[in-house]
Design a protein. Sequence first.
Length: 431
Amino acid sequence: MKRWLELRRLVGLRRFVGLRWLVGLRWFVGTLCLVGLFDSAPVGANDWENPVFEEADAAVRAALTALEESRPGEVSAHELFTLFTVSSKDRPRDPRFSNVRRRVVESFLVTLPAYLENDPKARRTLESFLAEVEDEKARIGSTVERFGYPSLPGLTYLKLVENVEELQRDGRPSSGRREQIQGVTYYCRYVVIPLSYITPQRLEQLRGSALDPHVDVNATLREWERDSFRVMLSTFRHELVHVFTNASLGPPRYRDRQQYPTWFLEGSAAFLAADPHAGLSEDYKGYQNLFFYLVESYGVEPLRAFFEHILSGATVGESLETTYGIESASDLREKEASWRSRQEAVGAVLAITLLLVVVLSLTARLIPVFGSLQLWLAVTLGYSAFSGFCEKTQALNGANAVRAQQVILVAVAAYLAFRGIRSVRRSRRAK
């Protein structure tokens, strides 16, 4: 009986506490909603390193409130948020924003110097670029989703500068985030891109050669501008991968270079953004090659699992060992170098075989030319189907695209082998 009374008192107490807890929770949630409504607090991660706002107006209100609380000369995510959000329209007398214009392009809040809108050439580049940004984000979003990334809620903050030289002069620290010549991502979702990769020095050199009859200055400049725009879009895609990765990891995880090293962050960006390999620095080529090795040697699904483990909370080292049985980054580099050497050796053997086939066909006439070439091509395509070539070229389109290309290569190889064998048999019968 005593135990029964104690149990009833305990249950009653729990009901009372539970009721008070529920009422308190409802009051707390309501208060948070009011704070979000009136004070424009970030939705999601309440952190200036990753401010998640769905609407530009809410972001601007929060930035103006943050501006009142910031200290002059402070360099932080708090201050960076205001510099990527506030324009001269909001603070016309503040010298920091007096020449800043703001554009909102769907999920991008874009700030840029006012004079860029007044320059006809810069304005054309600006409008062409802004017409592409949402499509490029959708493209990168589809790619990273195939490798287990979540969607990216909220705005991305994009600051445009005049040229790559202006970007290099920006000495603002990136809080451990990487800086490179072509673009930079600060914290989780602040991106800086130059509108032109043609430096003033190069323009002066080109104008100086105007008297040279062998140099068409206008044609050369148009070619440079086309190349510059391609680099701009490629750099933008690279930085978007950083935004997806940093925002998915979230602060403070993404800043930990011990757990998420540079080779992973830069290699994944170069791989997932499909950076042109030839245009990368030697370090970046090495980072990208590590991901080429993983997908070519092991396939698309293990690479997806590798990313999923990391985004679920595992470190890069833990995921590398769990997914591939590779204990460290140094082991990964050794395996990649060894595998690459074997691939090059096979390529050399195929090239030498082709040379022998041509020589024996055209000089000694021991084998028919077309039949032997068809057999060589059949062997080459069959090897390519399962050597990692399909993974390298189609991995970003998903495992099904890889399998489809493999089927096509095998089918073509089988057809060529059939034709080649028949040609060789006919040649022998004729002799």
